[in-house]
Design a protein around this ligand. Structure first.
Ligand code: GLC
Ligand code: CA
Length: 514
């Protein structure tokens, strides 16, 4: 297990929208380099960059055309290597996004696979036995190649599924077992891609749709067995690099597949959803951190504590503030609520991931789809650096040349204003980074034990042996049956009377245990 993960705090960058240095309206690697000092000052020590490889961008780069070449819109491979160096010299690790389940239909591998004669890539994708054969239960494209067969999709129309084989074989005429040498080349190719970027300075990968490699794999055991091979390669040759899965099933991802971290995503039964984005069918906000929701903390935690226990010692659960697929958290929580939500995020075990712009409370901006974003587009708008500069300081390009328009509302949050205000949300996030990085018991490994949890919303948990964290997210006063005297950090107000602590509305407090 790479030791640096113990105190890692990740910042996710959607590169299109972070910072444009050459005035073409789209973010670039030089833009990320230019903002490394900002990220460091904010307190993060690791970055995840969304896919930045050559792509027709039918799914914002999750449709990779060439795994070995970056997209010219961001710069050159050399620029990315320089980004690694510049980040490392500031103590910041960088992970890339690996998309192993599918490529773009413009990928050279796929062009070869479409040919009507056998070649090295014929089995690299999943093809049915002839152009009329579209077995139910899968998503196919027919009539788009000279090869006599239909090809399987993994996501959008432009994303044919790579072939890692099948676990349960239901159609022997075209399904190949995942143990068959004919499909071994796919995993080998992906491991070569990983080696290439690790050799050039990447610190690991966030892995897209990590659970979906092998098909007809209900218990995911075959997919897990492939990831075990990847993990073995990393343990042997790259022991300080990490793989983080988009799986959202920590026991499977961490215990079975061998991922170092697994994202806890915004799935409706999961804690991240119930805590931050839980709006019911009547449109009422029932998120735990919404002050009027008054929901029980036990319900919000759900199976998180169980999964934490099950994976303890093997890997980390990664709680997210949001990501490029999720509505902005500020769509559901106001600024005072965000402070409590972020205190929660930064005081949980595991490895936290923070989405760019959430430090200033960037808003979800509904708009037309861009590059396969659809409703996700509203969470992918340009970073708001400075309201005194054109396009909020994101780019000097004319407005109609911007990748996406910036938030032009008069009260749009921005970095310059918040950096200058000691009480801003941005500075609050910075303080949380400082708090966590200075206290081992708040970091990845320290145990979490619930000390108090009430139906009216109060939650208090111990981390390690030395600290406890208590929340009253509601708009009413609450009492905690513990004396929180040695306060390390607080938002709101905690007043100790005897053995109890009165938590004013919307209070979070981190205190030392005696
Ligand atoms: C993942 C990505 C998402 C992408 C999809 C297909 O869910 O996070 O953005 O569209 O996979 O690659
Ligand atoms: Ca640019």
């Amino acid at each position: 297990m790479p030791v640096w993960l113990k105190n890692a705090r990740f910042y996710e960058i959607y590169p299109q929208s972070f910072y444009d240095t050459n005035g073409d309206g789209i973010g670039d690697f030089d833009g990320i380099i230019a903002k490394l000092d900002y990220i460091k000052q904010l307190g993060f020590n690791a970055l995840w960059i969304n896919p930045c490889f050559l792509s027709p961008f039918m799914d914002a780069g999750y449709d990779v055309q060439d795994y070995y070449k970056v997209a010219p819109r961001y710069g050159t491979n050399e620029d990315l290597y320089r980004l690694f160096d510049q980040a490392h010299s500031r103590g910041i690790r960088v992970i890339l996004d690996l998309v192993p389940g599918h490529t773009s239909d413009q990928c050279e591998w796929f062009k070869q696979s479409k040919l009507p004669y056998r070649n090295e890539y014929s089995d690299r994708y999943i093809w049915s036995s002839n152009a009329w054969d579209r077995p139910a239960g899968y998503s196919w494209v027919a009539g788009n190649a000279d090869r006599d067969g239909c090809y399987m999709l993994n996501f959008f129309l432009s994303q044919p599924a790579l072939n890692y084989g099948f676990n349960k074989i239901t159609h022997p005429e075209w399904q190949i077992s995942y143990t068959d040498p004919r499909v071994a080349g796919t995993l080998q190719a992906m491991m070569d891609v990983m080696r290439f970027w690790l050799d050039h300075g990447a610190d690991g990968f966030r892995v897209d749709m990590a659970d979906s490699l092998v098909k007809n794999d209900d218990d995911k055991s075959a997919t897990a067995s492939l990831w075990r091979k990847v993990r073995a390669m990393l343990d042997k040759d790259y022991p300080q690099t990490v793989i983080v899965s988009e799986w959202c099933n920590a026991p499977r991802s961490i215990n079975q597949a061998g991922f170092h971290c697994d994202f806890l995503l915004d799935h409706w039964t999961k804690m991240v959803h119930k805590a931050f984005r839980n709006v019911n069918e009547q449109g009422v906000n029932k998120s735990y951190f919404c002050k009027t929701a008054h929901v029980s903390a036990a319900d919000m935690l759900g199976d998180y504590l169980v999964e934490l226990q099950q994976t303890r010692g093997n890997g980390y659960i990664s709680v997210i503030s949001g990501n490029h697929d999720t509505d902005r958290i500020a769509r559901y929580l106001d600024e005072s609520e965000l402070r409590l939500a972020y205190t929660f995020l930064f005081t949980l075990p595991g490895v936290p991931f923070f989405y760019y712009g959430d430090e200033i409370g960037m808003r979800y901006l509904p708009q037309h789809s861009k590059e396969g974003g659809f409703q996700r587009t509203g969470s992918r708008t340009p970073m708001q650096w400075d309201s005194a500069l054109p396009n909020m300081g994101f780019s000097s390009a004319p407005q109609d040349k911007l990748y996406l328009d910036v938030d032009r509302s008069a009260d749009a949050p921005n970095v310059a204003d918040q950096a200058a205000d000691g009480n801003s949300l941005l500075n609050f996030v910075r303080q949380l980074n400082v708090l966590r990085s200075g206290c081992e018991d708040l970091q990845a490994d320290a145990e979490l034990a619930v000390m108090y949890c009430s139906d009216d919303g109060v939650l208090c948990y111990r981390r390690g042996n030395s600290v406890a964290v208590a929340f009253n997210p509601t708009d009413a006063e609450r009492t905690l049956p513990y004396a929180a005297d040695d306060v390390l950090f607080q938002t709101g107000k905690a007043t100790v009377t005897g053995l109890q602590t009165v938590l004013a509305p919307q209070t979070a407090v981190v205190f030392t245990l005696k």
